[in-house]
Design a protein around this ligand. Structure first.
Ligand SMILES: C[S@@+](CC[C@H](N)C(=O)[O-])C[C@H]1O[C@@H](n2cnc3c(N)ncnc32)[C@H](O)[C@@H]1O
Length: 219
């Protein structure tokens, strides 16, 4: 199913966000260490999976064989069209089922797992989106999260606070200061072990590179 969606979604506003940001994301988050993090966060996914903030489909090639279908929620038409070659090459059905992770048009408990990478930083009301993920996954199902976010280092955190308004303006509403673990826990999910660290890179990149990777379970 590939419905024709129309109308604006908060976060996908002007020309820059519609035509440039998806390409920037693909370049910044499409290679090297980030690819390895994507592979790691996809481990253990199986059955019917919902991906919130699908982007250009950079996780598709990392989905394990046990995943039977992927439903994508993605407001960016450019991101969705950029994903076409990856969707064509995928061995499983991929459908765009919505535009907005804050308001999922899906049944309660209808997925075995949810995947969300680098999108809780961007979705305007990330707490609401996390609650929607918790609603969509079945009891015992898992929510797999890979994000960048607030650093535990006070100095880096101060820079993140200073840079946050610039980041939001140039990177499609992306925040540097969010805590994905707290967001997911507040949604009622049980957060498993968290891998959190700076991805390799120069010290100056640290406001952007503090990463969190974890799997949370719906009780
Ligand atoms: C930094 S990009 C990451 C894309 C992709 N998840 C990845 O890992 O490459 C953030 C994504 O969140 C999407 N997004 C923005 N607002 C959203 C919303 N309200 N609901 C769902 N996704 C949203 C953007 O369109 C974009 O694809």
């Amino acid at each position: 199913m590939d419905r024709d969606y129309g109308g604006p979604v908060a976060g996908i506003g002007g020309w820059w966000e519609r035509h440039v940001v998806p390409r920037l994301v693909e370049n910044a988050l499409g290679s090297g260490d980030v690819r390895r993090e994507r592979a790691a966060v996809c481990e253990g996914l199986s059955g019917r999976v919902l991906e919130v903030g699908f982007g250009s489909g950079l996780n598709l090639s990392h989905l394990p064989a046990g995943v039977t279908s992927l439903d994508a929620v993605e407001p960016s038409d450019l991101g969705w069209s950029m994903s076409a070659p990856r969707r064509d090459a995928a061995r499983l059905p991929v459908a765009r089922v919505g535009l907005d992770g804050q308001h999922l048009d899906v049944e309660d408990a209808s997925y075995d797992a949810v995947l969300c990478t680098f999108s809780l930083c961007t979705i305007p009301d990330a707490a609401l989106a996390a609650r929607e993920m918790a609603r969509a996954v079945r009891p015992g199902g898992t929510v797999h999260v890979l994000e960048h976010g607030a650093s535990p280092d006070p100095r880096v955190r101060r820079w993140q606070a200073r840079l946050d308004p610039v980041e939001r303006a140039v990177a499609g509403g992306c925040h540097l200061t969010r805590d994905p673990v707290a967001l997911v826990r507040a949604a009622g999910l049980e957060v498993g072990p968290v891998t959190q660290r700076y991805l390799p890179g120069p010290a100056v990149s640290r406001p952007w590179t503090y990463g969190y990777r974890f799997v949370a379970r719906r009780p």
